[in-house]
Design a protein around this ligand. Structure first.
Ligand SMILES: [Zn+2]
Length: 251
């Protein structure tokens, strides 16, 4: 008996060293990249609002790239690296370069997502690269839009209330002043989560959706023109859930 006790004493202190110190379910912070810049919006304000609001709700480690100036034509150097998207769990596109139409440049961007990095696309991301005639960018977005209607407070009608991204959006949510983007085409792998009606034509337009891009998750919303929208808790929470869902952290 004495022999066994000695053995136990010798062995026990070694146990904690061999045990895994990390809880099996503990997750690393989500590595998120926000790419922004270009025409017509206050991207400094929007970037700060989104990164602060989302990081307060979830463990997100943000990198922000705000480049390309404030015009409608610009390029972001980061995309020159063929592995630009690899270090990130999700990339948020909030850039606005409608007149940049260099196909090889745009292919570098979508290739980052074809390789499997999920994406979130906000507002002018639907009109950026609009001058490009081919659909490379639009297939990635999941919708085709080339113009928008006037600013107003648009009621948002949920179409898929059981989708995890929509849980938390009030049934009577009305946007702050924002633009209504007209959707010419919804691509086949897109699921429309919510719509708003045109005040001019009374036609419903998709305003929130998901896209399956070659097996990669994409979340999109056409809202996000004004700083008022980027100050709206419902909007900021919606985009945060979109980020988490795209990256596989919200089911
Ligand atoms: Zn806008």
């Amino acid at each position: 008996m004495k022999f066994h006790r000695i053995l136990l004493l010798i062995c026990l202190p070694a146990l904690p060293l061999s045990a895994d110190p990390v809880e099996p379910n503990a997750k690393k912070p989500l590595k998120a990249l926000l790419i922004t810049g270009g025409c017509c919006h206050d991207y400094e304000f929007q970037s700060k609002a989104l990164t602060l609001a989302s990081a307060a709700k979830a463990d997100i480690d943000w990198t922000v790239v705000n480049e390309g100036g404030k015009g409608s034509k610009g390029q972001i150097k980061l995309y020159d690296d063929p592995n630009w998207a690899k270090p990130y769990d999700v990339v948020v596109h909030n850039e606005c370069f409608a007149n940049t139409k260099d196909l090889s440049y745009i292919q570098k961007i979508v290739n980052g997502h074809k390789d499997g990095t999920p994406a979130v696309v906000i507002h002018c991301a639907m009109h950026t690269y609009r001058a490009l005639e081919t659909d490379d960018w639009r297939k990635f977005l999941g919708v085709t839009s080339k113009h928008h209607e006037h600013q107003s407070n648009y009621p948002v009608k949920t179409q898929k209330k059981d989708h995890p991204i929509m849980k938390g959006v009030p049934a009577n949510w009305i946007t702050p002043k924002d633009e209504l983007y007209i959707i010419e085409k919804v691509w086949p792998n897109t699921t429309v989560l919510a719509t708003s009606k045109s005040e001019k034509t009374k036609k419903s337009q998709p305003v929130i959706w998901t896209n399956d891009y070659n097996g990669t998750r994409v979340f999109g919303t056409t809202y996000g023109h004004t700083n008022e929208t980027f100050s709206d808790v419902t909007f900021l929470d919606l985009v945060t859930r979109g980020i988490l869902w795209s990256a596989g952290r919200l089911e």
